[in-house]
Each structure stands twice: as structure tokens, then as C-alpha cells.
Design a protein around this ligand. Sequence first.
Ligand SMILES: Cc1ncc(C[n+]2csc(CCOP(=O)(O)OP(=O)(O)O)c2C)c(N)n1
Ligand SMILES: [Mg+2]
Length: 549
Amino acid sequence: MMPNSYASWKTKFDAIAMTRMSDSPAQVFAAHLLASLAKLGVRNFFLAPGARSQSLAIAAGQLAAAGKIDLSIRVDERSLGFVALGTALASGEPSVIITTSGTAVANLHPAVLEANHAGIPLILLTADRPHELRGVGANQTTNQIGIFNDAVRECLDVVAPVGHEGEPAEAAELAAAAIGIALGYDGEQPGPVQLNLAFREPLSAVEPNAADLNPRVQLPPRDEPETEFAVLNEAGKTVVIAGAGAGEAAVELAEAFGWPLFAEPSSGARFGANVIVGYRELIADHELADQITRVIVFGKPTLGRGVVGLLKNQDIEVIVVKNREYGHFDVTRRAAKFCTELTVLEEPDFEWLTAWRAADAALDKVPASAEPTRASIVQAVWASTEQDDQMMLGASRLIREADRWAPAKPVRVFSNRGLAGIDGTVATATGLALAEARAGYPDAITRVLVGDLTLIHDAGSLAYDRAEGDLNIQIIVGNDNGGSIFENLEPAQQLDAESFDRLFRTPQQVDFWSLAQAYGWQHILVESSAQLDEALATRGRVIIEVKLA
Ligand SMILES: Cc1ncc(C[n+]2csc(CCOP(=O)(O)OP(=O)(O)O)c2C)c(N)n1
Ligand SMILES: [Mg+2]
């Protein structure tokens, strides 16, 4: 969707102020916009400081002081974007992000891309210069219209308020529209929305107090996406694949028909009796895999070549259940059917499931070892994680180890699989922890499983806002000195060791103890499996470093 032309929301650009409710039309507008968002139920606001956005900051501060919203503050907008993303991911509610102009806006781009590809609702309030100051070299001014291209559902360029009497109502209307679009009330995929807000001086005032306003505002009507049925009436040796975002529907279908379930760790479907934990190994090398005639895909599977191999296989029929958040998944362009609802007319075939379960049970167990291994870390983290706790898996090797070893267990596991970046992982986890605490579980623990480079990439997100309270966040870092996942790449064989290390593995010398000290986190160095179990009970913010070979 291309951004709208800038004048669509307001035509009376140079209208003379009819009523003066405040010395600052910017403040009146900001107060009504934020009060409207809050009145419509939006709770989670995220702010980075800046001058052009001062009216928004003041209004957010007023609403937070009155207990009408929760406000988190970060200096780094890149980090802010991912914290907001994590909270939206866990809560399903839109997160509002407030930034000043210029590079501040651009720093939201990674989180916006992830939100776009994973269908996560974000409302970006990006402050800007008024139109007369654009394109003339004014400080901190760039073209913010379309800066996110098609990664936002909508980009509305809102001209600077001038104090016209219709402006409060327009602000309320904008708030309602932004929520509706971010949540996909138009029947489209949920995702990020940008309101680019021009402000002219005077940029702020302390009146009106946003918390005193009671705007008249309503959510837009909600269009449900169309239901598309598919009917399966021929018997087949079927397996269900659950990728990111699959959810319980995959479990229900697999259980209803006795089908083996290959569920990635962050699919929301890795629980129940049909989960085949060792599916990666069995697809690669077991005769049962050759008997598969049909796969049903939920969500976005991204973790293994084996699954893609099944989807490429000409003898296998591919049925794709459409995913509202992650969009259409058909990487091999072989889907025979797309649907939102499946009707199955065949009889359950429990022998097929029994055979898979037996093959799974016969696979190696996590090898016992006094020193932690990747597999034993996964095992320990899953064992220590209870129903109210959460997990966040960084991209790279450990999530694949989790895909191989994590047991079937109904726990909340998240990962940024929209684009599978190694960026923003600490921040996303912080956002998840915030959501969990705000949902009434302040004692819950959020465990983040990451590689060393992934932690370093987002080290700046260790900085936190004291007003957020005592969150329990454990960052379990498998420190193998660089990107060991690249050992599986062709260059690992083709290059000499030195070149491979320099160009791909990129070993690092970061002292995680000092890093933790600098940002006020605890640090525990774990050298044995027993120490790991003990460390996993730590409360507060802690980096648990596990040295890996
Ligand atoms: C933002 C971003 N940059 C680069 C990559 C490519 N990439 C994938 S894995 C990886 C290395 C990760 O290393 P580490 O976190 O130490 O995990 P390990 O594989 O060693 O367990 C890189 C650079 C990416 N996915 N995202
Ligand atoms: Mg590593």
C-alpha cells in the first residue's frame, strides 16, 4: 500500500484559529490523539525523548501519571521499537511508539519490518517539521513519508495543527483509524501503522492535561476475513507442520485425525500427544518420511531444510492453512489448496501416529553430560519454565537445537521469525516481560536463549527504565565465541580456518561480566549442569553465561 498524500487528513492548512484552547495547537492535538488512543483501550506506550515530539511526550506523561496508560522510555529508538514489538507480540494489543524526527524514525525500521512480516500491531507516532520546513535544509528533517515503504499498512502525513476547532475530533478519528488498521479490522493482516505528525511552534504547553479529556471516539467496525473451506476426502499419510504463529489450531487438527505434528518451538503448537519431538532427524533419515503423501502447513516454518524438502517433493500434496499474522506460506509454490478451515472426511488412522511415536521414542535422548551442551541447555530451560513463564529464542543455532530437543510442553515460547534477524532479541524479550508483568504475573520469569553475537548485537537494550519495576529476565547466552551456525555453511569447508573465522564466525572478545556490571544486571558464569539448574531459579535481571565448545 502506498502512503497517502499528505493533505488527506486536513485541508484547512492555514485556517485561522477559531478557538484557542491552549497556547499550543500542537499540545491540544497531541493531548486529544493520545487520550483517544487510551480511551479506546490502548495501554502500552513507548517513548524516546526528542524536541519535535515534545507535545506527545507531555501528553503521554500526563496519561501515565493518571494511571491511564503504561509508559516505557528508552533512549535508543531501535531498541524502543523492539521493546514495543515484544509487548504487542505477547499482549496482542497495539503498542504506541513515539519518536522525534530524522534518524530517530529510521531507527524503528528493523522492528517495523519484523512487525510487518509477523503481523504485529504497532502505531508509530513520528514527529516531523511542518510542511514549509521540509526540503529546505532544516535541521533534523528528512523525508519521513514512505520511509518504511510497504512495511507499514498505512502512512498518514498529518499537517501541523493550527488551533482549528475541528482538530480534536480529527485527532480522535485518527486514533480510531490507526487502531483499526493496526489490528486488521479492515480484514487485512495486522501490522504497523505510521502517523507522521507535523508540529509547528509553539511545540508544547502543559495545558490541556490529556488525562482530563474524555474524547468521544469509537473503534471502526471490524470486518472478519473471509472463511475459505477446503475439503479433504481422500485418505492420505498426512503430517501437520506447525511453523511460527501456528497456534492451537494445528494441535487440534492433528489430534482429531491422529496425524503426527511437527511443531517448531515457537509455533504455539508444540504440546500434546501428537508432537514428534525428533521430527528433524526422522524427516532426514527414516523410512516413515518416505511414506508421507500429504502435509498440512500452519504458520511460517523457517527452521529446517527438511520441511522445505517435504514441500518440494512432487509426490506430496501440500495444503496451506492461511495465517492471519504471517501471511501466505508457499515457499515451494506447490500448495494445492489454501484455506482457513479444513473439513476432513477420512477416518482417523492411529497406526500411522503410533509408528511415528515409536520412531521418535527410539531416537537418542539428550546425552547426559556434566558440562552443559546446547541440547542440555534446551532441556534445562524447558524443564524450569512453568505455565506463567515465557521463553524467547534468538535466531541462529540454539533455536534449531530447541527444535530438535525441546519436549512437548504447553509453555509460551516466542521468537522473531518474521525475518529471523539476530537483532533486537534482548529488547523483544524485555517487551514480553513487561506484558507479562502488566497482565498480572509480576513473578513470572522470561527466559531468553541466545548466542553470544545475538546478545552483543542488542547489548544496548540491556539499558532499562527503572519505572518498569523489577522484571525477571534471564538471558541465557551460549557463548561459543562467534557465529557457530556458519560452520554448516559451504565456506566452512572451502576457506582456510583463519579466513572463515574472520569473514563468518567473527569471534568476539566481549567480557559478559563487565557488560552486565555496566548495565546493572547480575552475571552468573555456569560451568556445570548443576550450576545451570541453580542459575535458572535466579530472580531479577541476570545474564547466565554458558561457555560452549
Ligand atoms: C540482523 C541480522 N544480521 C545478520 C544475520 C545473519 N546471522 C544469522 S546467525 C548469525 C550469527 C549468530 O551468532 P550467535 O548469536 O553467536 O549464535 P550461534 O550460531 O553461535 O549459536 C548471523 C550473523 C541475521 N540473521 N540478522
Ligand atoms: Mg555464538
